[in-house]
Design a protein around this ligand. Structure first.
Ligand code: GDP
Ligand code: MG
Length: 455
């Protein structure tokens, strides 16, 4: 499989220090195959790999990862980014009801999804109602009624003979036995009167993008002013994803995307194609024919599904963790050695602390620290940034020879990091004390603390 092949490519690349252009090219060739395999549309593949290549060429050399792994890491990050980064929640109306309109090709899964979304919202404590504005086929209304019953929500459907009062006055060329715009508007009106807080409006689709159909959808949208227009697209659609998505974006300007039939073997390339060309967030996945088969869309999970490289991504994560451990071990050795603690070591420690996240929370969890609530409250995390800025303004020589930092060097460091000279003085003084303390501890075998930190 591709995953295996990449893993062996990585083995060959191991030990190389830098990202060479040919390393990048060969990894990107593999990634391109993975994307095409996942049915990402060709223009999107081209644009995407181009961007990744550029970023990989400019990437800093990682010590934790080999070149191939580094490229995959970049690809994964970019994929998650294009797919929306974070999950986007439904936009609820300030004044209920929230109106959600569904649009998409026939057979894409709109009606099925209407039931799933209703159930999903009902489980969250909402009172949704379905509106049957697909009047293309008589049994479309019946289908929605069945779906509503399964979801345990009501369905507003036109009664025969009360569908706007006319057959012919619908958008030109659509064969329907009523006016879907009228039905949609009446449905939303009823929901308002009966105090339902979410209205989900099902609409008609065609087998292919169609002007009349699009006009009808736009008319419905204009009539009911939805808070969300969700475009439902079949994950198996493949290369046609771009054309279809762009047509619906132009036609009804949807606000979010639902990816349906993800329970099949589609690798989800349609998600990347649609997100990439429309810039609209993917909000839900539909993963089966049952009402319960709905999931909030997760960009990171989709990225690894598209890449089909779960193993490789895990490997990368492990390599990075192992590297952190190596660094920590090197640091520990340093304490045992006669070598002095330098500002370079200090920067590494700062980075390690930052990676751990919220410092106050961390310290609060440490035994013996809970009695220090007041000090913790006064701890200003911005101070860490100032200290880091000062250290970064030092030259490599200064970082390893703090004692040589004279008056003019101090002034330069202060200027470079936007602090006062007396702040630099105070940092150097604390650092000198910490070095001394560490020398003492080394002799006494004590446990070193966090030297040089403000406090
Ligand atoms: P619509 O024409 O857009 O309303 O599409 P439907 O909701 O009628 O769905 C068309 C067909 O796809 C039906 O047979 C559904 O049961 C099926 N379907 C819809 N969503 C899914 C899904 O997520 N997974 C699977 N396996 N089938 C689905
Ligand atoms: Mg339908």
């Amino acid at each position: 499989s591709l995953s295996d092949r990449l893993t062996s490519t990585f083995k060959n690349l191991r030990g190389k220090g830098r990202l060479s252009e040919s390393d990048i090219n060969s990894t990107i060739r593999d990634i391109r195959l993975a994307l095409i395999d996942a049915d990402v549309a060709t223009p999107v593949v081209r644009e995407f790999t181009g961007r990744v290549r550029e970023r990989a060429l400019g990437a800093e050399v990682s010590q934790a990862l080999n070149p191939g792994q580094q490229v995959v890491k970049i690809v994964n990050e970019e994929l998650v980014g294009v797919l929306g980064g974070q999950t986007r929640e439904l936009q609820m109306a300030k004044h209920p009801p929230t109106v959600i309109m569904l649009a998409g090709l026939q057979g894409s899964g709109k009606t099925t999804f209407a039931g799933k979304l209703a159930r999903f919202l009902r489980d969250k404590g909402h009172f949704p109602v379905l509106v049957a504005a697909d009047l293309q086929r008589p049994n479309a209304v019946t289908q929605l009624e069945v779906v509503a019953e399964r979801a345990g929500v009501p369905c507003f459907a036109p009664e025969p003979g009360n569908v706007g009062g006319h057959d012919a006055a619908t958008a030109e060329g659509t064969q329907s036995y009523g006016d879907p715009v009228w039905v949609a508007r009446a449905g939303v009106g009823q929901a308002k009167v009966r105090q339902y807080d979410v209205v989900i409006v099902d609409t008609a689709g065609r087998l292919a993008v169609d002007e009349n159909l699009m006009q009808q959808a736009a008319d419905i949208r204009d009539a009911i002013q939805p808070d969300e227009v969700l475009f439902v697209i079949d994950a198996m659609i493949g290369q046609a994803a771009i054309e279809t998505a762009l047509a619906f974006q132009k036609g009804v300007d949807f606000t979010g995307v639902v990816l349906s039939k993800l329970d099949g073997d589609a690798r989800g390339g349609a998600a990347l194609s649609v997100a990439s060309v429309t810039g609209r967030p993917i909000m839900f996945s539909s993963i089966g024919e049952q009402t319960k088969d709905i999931e909030v869309f997760h960009p990171d999970r989709m990225a690894s599904r598209i890449l089909d490289m779960g193993d490789v991504l895990t490997l990368i994560e492990q390599a990075e963790k192992a590297f952190d451990r190596d660094q920590a071990a090197a640091m520990a050795r340093k304490f045992m050695d006669e070598e002095d603690f330098t500002f370079d070591d200090f920067l590494q420690q700062m980075a390690a602390i930052k990676k751990m996240g919220n410092l106050k929370a961390l310290m609060g969890m440490m035994p013996g620290m809970s009695g220090m609530k007041e000090q913790l409250a006064n701890l200003d995390e911005r101070e860490f940034d100032r200290v880091e800025a000062m250290v970064r303004s030092m030259t490599p020589f200064e970082r390893t020879h703090p004692k040589q930092i004279n008056g003019s060097r101090r002034a330069r460091i202060a200027g470079g990091s936007g602090v006062t000279v007396s702040e630099v003085n105070s940092l150097l003084e604390r650092f000198g004390q910490a070095q001394k303390m560490m020398r003492q501890m080394r002799r006494g075998g004590g446990m070193p603390g966090m030297p040089g930190l403000p406090g």
